[in-house]
Write a protein that binds this ligand. Structure first.
Ligand code: PHE
Length: 456
């Protein structure tokens, strides 16, 4: 508490309401919207999946996100310290923060590799290298990139350096300043590409692919995927929102901000789907699943349309922009822990994490070439880290956060923090959030996990 007082005023943080929104939305919006959401939705039954995803977002994502931001803002500390500070002495809740650090590393490992392909594609698109309407040609181009270990590693290191360079500048001057510029740009690009896609002949087929429900595709494991996506999308269950919450201003309205971020993130996902599928169907392509949609089909689609070269460049710039805000928030988790727990300077903490990530992340950069045959549980490192984080670590982290707030921290503390010490009259909001966190959300997460993993 004494050290809290001493560091409270000088601690770096977001400086304006728009800054809070830009940074938090910057974390939520990312490759999840552009790379995961469209194909996962398309492959798992379109509108039926959307309904489940929406429920998961409202009943699980929203309360957990509110809880994390509130805890972080209350403690004004990194993810590990926050739980240490707010839990009664001698209890082990800080391990939840530590598991968040581990999850951040796992996610960063594969995320920076997908981002690496995206950044490489910005340049390839500009030079016209991937400008072919023949999927065989674009497929060969993608294959050449990912099967080359050095290109995979070097682009990943480049991405890491970029993110590290921004983080070294600090929270206000780095994260906030950059996301404030990038988020508006992202919306403009997305709207332009959406308009282009919707104006193509035959766009309706793409919309019906995305929005026609196929309930037969729903199963327990698909529900788990939907919930995992909700966690991944909102950057929750692993300390990111605790960390960002600690940079929130005291007068910020947490429930309102959270709902705005969630709604805007949903909007971006929808727009991404609308930007991609109508164009894919308009030119008679098959919507492939996984990375090939973004890196093989999309270039061929753009190459088929008038001014396609320009739109292809814009599309990959958009993806790079989205990925940047998310990676900043991922890396900030371990950086802030090193600074907060060990008193290391921010630049030093950043460099240490970059070095460690270059090592761990290499397992994913090499998953499509040197290590392609190395499989655990039938998955490459890349797929394993992706599966493990979204479907296991983040939901487990989410359960712990719910239990902590519902049963340990308690309603009084939550009410005081959520109402900004009584200055906001939001008793009903607090009551609903508390009810969800204490009884409903953790049970839902546990059931979906057990069923989805086949243990029930
Ligand atoms: N929310 C980001 C996305 O959808 C990914 C992310 C997950 C970022 C976890 C931070 C923490 O792309």
């Amino acid at each position: 508490p004494a050290s809290n007082e001493a560091t409270g005023n000088s601690r770096d943080g977001f400086t304006s309401s728009f800054g809070v929104l830009a940074a938090t939305l910057g974390s939520a919006v990312g490759l999840g919207n552009i790379w995961k959401f469209p194909y996962v939705t398309g492959a798992n039954g379109g509108a039926g999946f959307l309904v489940v995803y929406l429920l998961a977002t409202l009943l699980v994502g929203l309360p957990v996100m509110i809880a994390e931001i509130t805890l972080g803002r209350k403690a004004k500390a990194d993810a590990v310290t926050t739980l240490r500070k707010l839990a009664p002495a001698g209890q082990w809740w800080w391990l939840v923060g530590l598991s968040g650090v581990a999850a951040a590393f796992l996610i960063m490992s594969f995320y920076t590799e997908v981002a690496a392909w995206v950044f490489a594609y910005v340049f390839k698109a500009m030079r016209g290298d991937i400008l072919s309407s023949d999927p065989k040609v674009t497929s060969a181009a993608f294959g050449a990139l990912i099967s080359d270990p050095w290109q995979s590693l070097l682009w990943q290191w480049g991405v890491l350096l970029l993110i590290g360079g921004i983080l070294v500048c600090g929270v206000a001057k780095g994260i906030e300043a950059v996301t404030k510029k990038l988020m508006p740009l992202l919306f403009i690009l997305l709207l332009v590409i959406c308009a282009r896609s919707l104006l193509l002949p035959g766009a309706a087929a793409g919309l019906s692919f995305l929005f026609t429900p196929d309930w037969s595709k729903l199963s327990a494991s698909v529900v788990l995927v939907a919930m995992g996506l909700a966690f991944f999308k909102l950057s929750i269950g692993m300390g990111t929102m605790i960390t960002y919450g600690s940079y929130f201003r005291d007068q910020q309205n947490v429930p309102t901000t959270t709902v705005r971020v969630m709604a805007a993130d949903l909007f971006v996902s929808m727009l991404a789907g609308i930007a991609i599928f109508p164009a894919v169907f308009s030119f008679g392509f098959q919507p492939a699943a996984g990375p090939s949609l973004l890196f093989i089909t999309i270039p061929a689609v753009f190459a088929s349309m008038p001014f396609g070269h320009l739109f292809m460049v814009l599309f990959f710039v958009l993806s790079a922009v989205a990925a940047t805000g998310a990676m900043l928030s991922l890396l900030e988790v371990p950086v802030s822990v090193l600074v907060g727990r060990f008193g290391i300077s921010r630049p030093r903490a950043t460099v240490l994490n970059l070095l460690l990530l270059a090592l761990v992340g290499a397992s994913c950069a090499l998953s499509n070439n040197v290590l392609a045959d190395v499989k655990l549980f039938g998955m490459t490192f890349f797929d394993l880290f992706d599966y493990l984080s979204s479907n296991i670590l983040l939901p487990l982290g989410g359960i712990c956060i719910c239990l902590f707030v519902g049963w340990v921290w308690g309603k009084q503390q939550l009410a005081a923090a959520l109402s900004n010490q009584g200055t906001l009259a939001n008793d009903k909001v607090v009551a609903v959030v508390y009810l969800l966190l204490k009884w409903i959300t953790p049970v839902l997460i546990a059931l979906v996990m057990l069923k989805g993993l086949g243990w029930l």
